[in-house]
Design a protein around this ligand. Structure first.
Ligand code: ATP
Length: 215
């Protein structure tokens, strides 16, 4: 398995338990949707897998590495090289062009591959806007840039938190289609949080969070 979340529990200081013995697993190249009511802990689980936050009990193992063995440097390296994130907000850098945004993470990681970035831009339909700035793009185009930027490092796992949540139905479908195509071509596994059942069923497997557990 590429990712194993094994009986993980998480309570924020002063709060109720959010996750209680939650478990998921993901094979290389596989896609899994995560649904659940608002406040059920979907974003929390995604953040734990991204090593952005710690947990109280259980184990997370990704690509043969147990998170309990990672220090801050190890967690940062994981996010720089192997796990990529896409959020509902596009989080592009406004002063950089589309081409520069697309290459940004890969350059930071010292792994910029111009041929791959060109292929990503083509697959995401961004060829015509490479010299534009984010504010000149539609929401759907901006999210395609954010996805392309995340995929520029060829991550083993893409974590997406409501990636189409800010888009209208037509743009959302186009972005989802392109994202699923890109992760398939790259052999990247995908863990996607969504409120939408119609989005969830497009992925290989579905998981649901309720009462702190995954069903
Ligand atoms: N940093 C934090 N500190 C304290 N409590 C938090 C923090 N982040 C989330 N929570 C709480 O944990 C619970 C789960 O939040 P989380 O964002 O994971 O849910 P979610 O399923 O992603 O919700 P939504 O669908 O509304 O985005 C909520 O009760 C939330 O208030």
């Amino acid at each position: 398995m590429l990712l194993t979340v094994d009986q993980v529990s998480k309570t924020y200081p002063g709060g109720r338990p959010v996750l209680q013995d939650a478990s998921i697993s993901l094979a290389q190249g596989e896609s899994l949707s995560l649904t659940g009511e608002s406040g059920s802990g979907k974003s929390t689980l995604l953040h734990l897998v991204a090593a952005l936050d710690g947990f109280d009990a259980g184990q997370i193992t990704f690509d043969g590495i147990s998170y309990s063995t990672l220090d801050d440097g190890g967690r940062a390296a994981l996010r720089r090289n192997r796990v990529a994130l896409v959020f509902q907000q596009f989080n592009l850098i406004p002063s950089l062009t589309v081409a520069q945004n697309l290459a940004f993470h890969a350059r930071l990681a010292g792994r910029h591959d111009p041929a791959w970035t060109t292929e990503i831009a083509g697959r995401l339909g961004l060829d015509g806007v490479l010299d534009h700035f984010p504010e000149q793009l539609s929401g759907g185009q901006q999210q395609r840039v954010a996805i392309g930027r995340a995929m520029s490092v060829r991550p083993k796992l893409l974590l997406a938190d409501e990636p189409t949540g800010n888009l209208d139905e037509v743009a959302a479908k186009a972005v989802l289609d392109l994202m699923l195509d890109l992760v398939r071509v790259s052999g990247t596994a995908l863990l996607l949080v969504t409120h939408s059942q119609s989005v969830a069923v497009r992925l290989d497997r579905q998981a649901h969070l309720a009462g702190g557990r995954v069903t």
